[in-house]
Design a protein around this ligand. Structure first.
Ligand code: ATP
Length: 707
C-alpha cells in the first residue's frame, strides 16, 4: 500500500475530513472523475448562467487543497504538480466551455483529449511514487548493512593487528560472522603465503584471549578453515558456562535419529547426542552436577517418540524416582483428568530388579534379531529401523561404571550383563548411558566401552583431582579442567562433535513434572516382538512387590535429589494419613496400580508394525481387581502373557511352556484359567480346533464398546 493511501486511511479514521482532497483515484477513475465533473459543472453552469469565474475559483481551490494534502503525506513534487495541473486544466476548460457553450464539438473533443492527458499524467506520477518508495526502503536496508559491515570491518581490522602482534602472522580476513546466540563471533581468515599454518594461531589461543581482554571463561580458538591456507577463529565474548541456564521450555517431540540435546557449547549452541548406535559415558565426581545432567538426559529421552527409557539406579533410585513418583502419586493428571504415564518406562532400584531388567534387555535384543529378519531384509540393512512402532530402548545406569569395576562378584554379574547388552544389542536398538563417579581407568580400558561408548561427558564442576581428560577424550589437545570450574559444566565429545567445553542445562523438579505431563501421550509402547520376549518380567514391572523398594526411598523430600530445597517435589501423598486406610505407601501404590491398569493395562500395549500409532487405549483390564488371594503369581503371569500376545493371541501350551520353568504350571491349569477368562469376558477365543487362540479382550477383533 502506498504511503498516500495509508495516510488517507489514517486520516479518515481519525478526523473524517468533509472534503477529501486525497480521495483515492487510479489514473483511469481519476481522469474520468475529473472530466465528467468538469462536463457536469460546465453544462449546469451554462444553463443556469453561473458566472464562469466561479469554476476557475473552484479549480484553484482544488489544486491548493490537493497540494497541501500531498505535502502532508510527502508526495513527490512530480505527483503534486500533476494533481494541481489536473485541477487547473479542468477548471480552465470548464470556464471556457461555460462561456462558449459546452455542447459543441470543439468543447467535447477538447474535454476528451484533456481526460486522456490527465489519465496519462496520473499513471506516470503513480509509477514514479512507487519507485520512490522502493528506493527509500532499499536505501534504509543499505544503511543497516553498511552499519553492520562497519562493525565487522572493525572486528577484522582489530584481529589482523592482534594476530600480527601475538603470532607474528599477517592474515587477511575474508569474513566475520556474528553468532545468532549473541555469545561471540567467528573470523574466517587467509593465512599468508610462506607456509604459515592454522596451528600456529591455535597454539597462541591463551595469549590472543588475553590480548583481546576477553572476560574469564571466554576463548579465541583457532581451527582449520576450508583449506589448509585458511583458519577459522571462534571468539566467545560472553561466558555462557558461568550462567545458569534452565532446560529449554520447548518440550516438543524429539527422535533418536535427530539427536537429543544434552547441553550447550560456549557459543550457546545446543550439542546433540546421537545414540542410535552409540552408548554414552558420563563421568562426574560428587557435586559436579551429574544427577542434574542425568535428569536433563531423561528429559530428552522422555520427549522422544521412539525411545523407551529403562533406568537402573542402585543408589536410592534418585535418578529415576522423580520421573515415576509424580505419576505414581497421582499428582499429575492429563488435561482430561486421566492418569499420566511415568516419564520413564521402567525403574530398577534393587539388584534383583536390575538383573531382571538386564535379562529382559538381552532377551528382547535376541528376539528382535530373529523376529525382524524380514524387516531388515526389506530395508536392506543390518540396523533395525527404529520408529515409534519399534522403539529404541535406552538403558540409563547410574554409577554403571562403578558396577562394571566392582570387586564384588555379585555386583560384577550385573556388570557382565551390562557389557553383554552393549555387545549384542547395537543393531537391535538397545543402547546404554553409563554414569561414573570417577575411577574410570578400568572402565575406559575396557575394549567394549572404548569401542561402543563414544558419546562422552566429563563434568568437572571445579574438581581437579582424578580427572584424566586425555583418557576420556583421546586425541584431543588443550582441554584443561580449570576451563570449566562451574557445576554442570565440563567437556563433551561425540563422533560428530569433537570434545570441547559444554554445560548441561539446570533442570528443576517442576520442569520434570511438566515434561512428564507433556510427553505422557507421546511415549511409544514396546513392539509385539519385544513384548513377547520381555514377557511377564516386563509386563508386571509396576506390581506392588516389584515397586516395594520405592516405599523406602520415597522419603518426604525427593527434592533433595535435585539439590534444591524449596521448589522440590512435594510428595504429600506419602504423608497423608487420612488417605491411608492401610498405610500411606500401600494406598499410594494401590492408586498408582489402578491408574496404570485403568489407563494402559498393566502390560504394555503391543503395537506391531502393522498397527497405527495412537494414544494408549483407555479401559484396560483392572488387574488390581483380580489380585485376590486365589490369584497366584503364576496366574498373573499367564494373564500378562495373554496381554502381551496382542491381537495374535496365544494358547494354553505356549503359556504353560513359558511358565513351566518359574512356576511349574501345567497345561491343564492354564486351560482352566483360559476357560474362566473367556467366561468372565477377560479373554476371547478365536479360531477353531488346532487354530484356536485366546486373545485378551483389549486386543479382541470385535471388542464391544466400553460402557
Ligand atoms: N547445569 C547446572 N547449572 C547450574 N547449577 C548446577 C547445574 N548442575 C548442578 N548444579 C548445582 O550443583 C548442585 C549439585 O548438583 P547435583 O546434585 O546434580 O550433583 P551430583 O554430581 O549429582 O552430586 P551428588 O553426587 O552429591 O548428588 C546442584 O544443587 C546445583 O546447585
Amino acid at each position: 500500500m502506498s504511503s498516500t493511501a495509508t495516510a488517507t486511511k489514517k486520516q479518515q479514521a481519525s478526523s473524517g475530513p468533509v472534503l477529501d482532497w486525497a480521495a483515492g483515484h487510479g489514473p483511469v477513475t481519476g481522469a474520468l472523475s475529473a472530466t465528467t465533473g468538469a462536463f457536469a459543472v460546465a453544462t449546469t453552469g451554462a444553463a443556469t448562467h453561473m458566472p464562469p469565474g466561479w469554476a476557475l475559483a473552484v479549480g484553484a481551490a482544488g489544486a491548493l487543497g490537493h497540494t497541501i494534502v500531498g505535502l502532508r503525506v510527502r508526495n513527490a513534487g512530480r505527483t503534486l504538480a500533476t494533481r494541481a495541473a489536473s485541477w487547473l486544466v479542468g477548471a480552465g476548460w470548464t470556464t471556457w466551455a461555460m462561456t462558449h457553450g459546452p455542447l459543441t464539438w470543439a468543447a467535447l473533443g477538447s474535454l476528451a483529449t484533456m481526460g486522456v492527458g490527465i489519465g496519462a499524467a496520473a499513471r506516470s506520477s503513480a509509477l514514479f511514487e512507487e519507485a520512490r518508495e522502493e528506493e527509500a526502503i532499499a536505501a534504509e536496508r543499505r544503511q543497516v548493512a553498511a552499519d553492520l559491515s562497519a562493525d565487522r570491518r572493525a572486528i577484522a581490522a582489530e584481529w589482523v593487528d592482534r594476530i600480527a602482534r601475538v603470532c607474528s602472522i599477517t592474515v587477511r580476513v575474508v569474513g566475520v560472522e556474528q553468532w545468532e546466540t549473541g555469545a561471540g563471533y567467528s573470523i574466517d581468515a587467509e593465512l599468508p603465503a610462506g607456509g604459515a599454518t592454522w596451528n600456529k594461531i591455535a597454539a597462541e589461543s591463551a595469549r590472543l584471549s588475553a590480548d583481546a581482554r576477553l572476560p574469564h571463561g571466554c576463548t579465541a580458538t583457532a581451527s582449520p578453515g576450508v583449506h589448509q591456507g585458511r583458519v577459522i577463529i571462534d571468539v566467545t565474548t560472553v561466558n555462557v558456562l558461568e550462567q545458569e541456564r534452565t532446560y529449554p521450555s520447548d518440550y516438543g517431540p524429539l527422535s533418536v535419529h535427530t539427536g537429543i540435546p544434552w547441553g550447550y557449547r560456549t557459543n550457546a549452541e545446543q550439542i546433540l547426542a546421537y545414540l542410535r548406535e552409540q552408548c554414552a559415558l558420563i563421568v562426574g565426581p560428587t557435586g559436579s552436577g551429574k544427577t542434574n545432567m542425568v535428569h536433563s538426559i531423561l528429559a530428552g529421552f522422555a520427549r522422544a517418540d521412539d525411545i523407551l527409557t529403562w533406568v537402573i539406579d542402585l543408589n536410592a533410585g534418585s535418578a529415576g524416582l522423580p520421573w515415576v513418583l509424580p505419576a505414581l502419586n497421582g499428582e499429575i493428571k492429563a488435561e482430561d483428568g486421566t492418569a499420566v504415564r511415568p516419564g520413564i518406562d521402567w525403574l530398577a532400584g534393587t539388584y534383583d530388579e536390575a538383573m531382571t531388567m538386564l535379562d529382559t534387555a538381552v532377551r528382547v535384543a535376541k528376539q528382535r534379531k530373529m523376529g525382524y529378519q524380514d524387516v531388515l531384509s526389506r530395508a536392506n540393512t543390518d540396523l533395525l529401523p527404529i520408529s515409534a512402532k519399534v522403539p529404541q530402548i535406552m538403558l540409563v545406569i547410574d554409577e554403571g561404571a562403578e558396577i562394571l569395576a566392582s570387586p564384588d562378584r555379585h555386583v560384577r554379574k550385573l556388570g557382565d550383563k551390562i557389557l553383554e547388552v552393549i555387545r549384542i544389542a547395537r543393531a537391535m536398538g538397545i543402547r546404554t548411558v553409563l554414569t561414573a563417579l570417577g575411577a574410570t581407568g578400568s572402565v575406559l580400558s575396557n575394549l567394549m566401552i572404548r569401542r561402543e561408548a563414544k558419546v562422552r561427558v566429563a563434568l568437572t564442576g571445579g574438581e581437579k583431582e582424578g580427572m584424566d581428560l586425555s583418557k576420556m577424550f583421546p586425541g584431543s589437545r588443550g582441554l584443561r579442567v580449570e576451563q570449566a570450574p562451574y557445576k554442570g559444566a565440563g567437556f563433551m565429545g561425540t563422533p560428530e562433535s569433537p570434545a570441547a567445553l559444554f554445560k548441561a542445562w539446570r533442570i528443576l523438579p517442576n520442569q520434570v513434572r511438566e515434561i512428564i505431563a507433556a510427553t505422557s501421550e507421546r511415549h511409544p509402547t514396546l513392539d509385539t516382538v519385544s513384548a513377547k520376549a520381555a514377557g511377564p518380567a516386563y509386563a508386571r514391572r509396576w506390581d506392588s512387590e516389584r515397586t516395594a523398594w520405592m516405599r523406602e526411598q520415597a522419603t518426604p523430600d525427593v527434592a533433595g535429589t535435585f539439590g534444591t530445597g524449596d521448589s522440590g517435589l512435594k510428595l504429600s501423598a506419602f504423608n497423608r494419613p487420612e488417605q491411608a486406610p492401610v498405610s500411606p505407601e500401600d494406598e499410594m501404590l494401590r492408586q498408582f496400580r489402578e491408574q496404570i491398569d485403568a489407563q494402559f493395562g498393566t502390560a504394555p500395549e503391543p503395537q506391531g508394525p502393522e498397527r497405527d500409532d495412537g494414544p494408549p487405549a483407555a479401559g484396560g483390564l483392572n488387574l488390581s481387581a483380580l489380585r485376590g488371594e486365589q490369584d497366584s503369581p503364576a496366574q498373573q503371569a499367564a494373564l500378562a502373557l495373554l496381554l502381551a500376545a496382542g491381537r495374535e493371541g496365544t494358547g494354553a501350551s505356549a503359556i504353560s511352556r513359558a511358565l513351566s520353568e518359574e512356576h511349574g504350571t501345567s497345561r491343564q491349569t492354564v486351560v482352566g484359567w483360559l476357560r474362566d477368562w473367556v467366561k468372565d469376558g477377560t479373554a476371547v477365543r478365536v479360531g477353531e480346533g488346532t487354530k484356536a487362540r485366546y486373545v485378551h479382550r483389549q486386543h479382541a477383533p470385535e471388542q464391544p464398546p466400553e460402557s
